[in-house]
Design a protein around this ligand. Structure first.
Ligand SMILES: Cc1cc2nc3c(=O)[nH]c(=O)nc-3n(C[C@H](O)[C@H](O)[C@H](O)COP(=O)(O)OP(=O)(O)OC[C@H]3O[C@@H](n4cnc5c(N)ncnc54)[C@H](O)[C@@H]3O)c2cc1C
Length: 563
């Protein structure tokens, strides 16, 4: 290869593209290597909903939401619950949260002061309403967003990718950037503790469409030297063995036996061990952000393809034994890890939503750019006809209802429970017991106040303007035939984000065991726990992953541009 790069970037996902964009802006020559083909540029971000966490944005203010750095930082700390500080030094005895906490504060400040302008200057715009994800565990100082902060990108994930990819492709044309597709990095080259390049396997050409699994046939090898390497290889979400090995059994219960994949097959986690081999420190490996509302994709793109339901608060939630989940973590969309802990405590790895047609129409959204063609294609007409004015749920949700193996639809409760028992992976549910719990819940909707935590949460969610207009059904009795048919969904655990990873300082430089930086080695995006080796701590506030890739990729690019 005649191109002599200043920097090699390993991984052409969002974090890699952002780092490359910053480097090319500064006139640096960048070689971007990826094990996949050109169709996959942008990695996971392409499939995302493009949800971005902004604090005190004009969109929030227009919705009457009062937000501030102080409130967001309180929420972040309540969610992260950083508690690994070792001896408080930055040396060998430092804790795993030494850098993550500093990243967190810097990142939350940026979401308040600079992030929105940075992406808007590149042409990215958000929808006018703001979603309320992870509504919290019920404590002011606990986990969750006190206010809506989830800003969906107009154009969803592909647009997030486009605004960085276009300038990078311009730099490719100008000769500053070169891509090496089907280049799988197997090792980092080191000399005297410094990283000086990469070595790897050339994979056989494969024209698989974006997202589909490609071959791993090795047809050659390569070795490239460069003054610096930025690792942006993503998380471990399609490597179930590694997930199970790192699973936080003590905190949330046994690793799920049946898991489905919320990410494509290239999210294999290999670069973590490869980086560790070169001296990088891996921290917070037991922190991950899997979800409990996964359904098998009836029209899969990658192996075991899972889609996450982004639920409103009204579906009733039952564990595998048919017992209603309790408290705020029994409210869909409030406290992901709390819900996971309740579900896994049964010894089973799935749970059930029971809802009705009114709820599915108003409250079911599906994560993923391909599941939201109106927003993804910036199609105002489709948005009006399918999402806002149309009868029924959106087309993609209706198709899941019709074809999805996890969905049961029935006109009466006896038939619904019989259908659930047919697809159960555990105990048969008792229809009388389920009916008793639904009737008890239904009695709570006769007044505009209630003692049931979920009904209270529904009333609260409808006080938010977006919630009332678009996301939360008016409280009603689930067994009222007017709102039928009844629907049950078997919710599976799906993999998604990796919250721990390569420890880095605020310039995205990898840190060795003794606390010193490793010359020549940088890491950004999901492989670095979205900054520092775990900017989220134990829990995430959502919309913070793409942003974490942007913030940490930008930090790496800017630091290397200074050198
Ligand atoms: C369906 C879906 C919805 C999501 N929705 C949101 C959302 O709304 N908001 C949000 O904030 N986040 C969301 N996320 C999460 C977010 O998209 C990801 O966390 C983020 O895009 C990760 O980017 P990355 O650049 O770190 O890694 P990736 O996108 O995984 O890219 C890594 C790249 O590195 C390559 N690679 C890996 N190992 C090697 C190797 N050894 N050699 C060469 N190349 C290698 C891979 O092939 C890949 O192309 C979503 C994710 C998914 C899948």
């Amino acid at each position: 290869m005649s191109f002599r790069p200043d920097v090699v970037v390993v991984g052409a996902g969002l974090a890699g593209l952002v780092a490359t964009h910053e480097l090319a802006k500064a006139g640096k020559r960048v070689l971007v290597l990826d094990q996949e083909n050109r169709h996959n540029l942008g990695g996971q971000a392409f499939w995302s909903l493009g949800g971005l966490f902004f604090v005190d944005s004009p969109e929030q203010r227009r919705m009457g939401i009062k937000d501030s750095f102080d409130l967001a930082w309180q929420d972040w700390q309540g969610s992260a619950q950083f508690d690994r500080f070792g001896d408080g030094s930055d040396g060998p005895g430092r804790g795993e949260d030494f850098w993550p906490q500093q990243w967190a504060e810097a990142y939350v400040r940026w979401t308040n002061e600079g992030k929105r302008d940075y992406v808007r200057d590149l042409g990215l715009k958000s929808l006018t309403f703001v979603g309320w994800a992870e509504r919290g565990d019920g404590r002011a100082e606990g986990h969750g967003n006190s206010v809506p902060r989830f800003h969906i990108t107009w154009g969803t994930g592909p647009e997030v990718v486009r605004v960085f990819l276009e300038p990078v492709l311009g730099a490719e044309e100008a000769g500053l950037v070169q891509f090496g597709f089907r280049h799988q990095v197997d090792a980092l080259l080191t000399v005297g503790g410094a990283v000086v390049g990469v070595r790897g396997s050339l994979l056989a050409p494969d024209e698989a469409p974006r997202g589909e699994r490609s071959n791993r046939d090795v047809v050659g090898d390569f070795s490239i030297e460069a003054p610096a390497v930025v690792v942006t290889s993503g998380g471990i979400g399609h490597n179930f063995d590694l997930m199970r090995r790192n699973w936080p059994t003590d905190r949330v219960g046994p690793a799920p036996e049946h898991m489905i994949a919320g990410v494509p097959a290239h999210v294999d986690g290999r670069m973590l061990a490869i980086s560790e081999e070169a001296g990088a420190t891996l921290v917070n490996k037991d922190r991950m952000w899997a979800y409990v509302e996964g359904v098998h994709n009836w029209d899969p793109i990658w192996p075991d393809h899972a889609i996450r339901i982004l639920p409103g608060p009204s579906s009733m939630w039952f564990d595998a034994n048919g017992k209603r989940l309790q408290g705020m973590s029994g409210v869909p969309g409030a406290d992901s890890i709390g819900s996971m802990t309740q579900i896994l405590s049964t010894g089973y790895d799935y749970s059930w939503f029971i809802l009705d047609q009114t709820i599915i129409e108003k409250e079911f959204a599906l994560s993923g750019s391909e599941q939201n063609p109106d927003w993804t294609n910036k199609d105002v007409r489709l948005m009006l006809t399918d999402r806002i004015l149309g009868k029924g749920a959106t087309g993609p949700v209706e198709r899941f209802k019709q074809h999805g193996e996890d969905f049961v639809v029935a006109d009466n409760l006896a038939d619904l429970v019989a259908g659930m028992n047919k697809i159960s992976r555990g105990p048969a549910l008792d229809p009388a017991d389920i009916e008793r719990q639904i009737v008890a819940r239904d009695r709570q909707v006769d007044n505009p106040f209630a003692k049931d935590a979920q009904i209270m949460a529904i009333h609260n969610a409808r006080r938010d303007r977006t919630g009332k207009i678009m996301r939360v059904a008016k409280p009603h009795k689930i067994l009222d035939p007017e709102h039928g048919p009844l629907i049950a969904v078997r919710c599976n655990i799906l993999s998604r984000k990796t919250l721990g990873g390569i420890e880095t300082n605020l310039d995205s430089q990898a840190i060795a065991a003794d606390g010193a930086v490793i010359p020549g080695l940088y890491a950004a995006g999901e492989v670095a726990g979205f900054g520092g080796g775990g900017v989220h701590g134990y829990n995430a506030l959502e919309g913070t992953f793409l942003g974490g890739c942007i913030f940490s990729g930008r930090a790496a690019g800017m630091a290397l541009s200074r050198d």
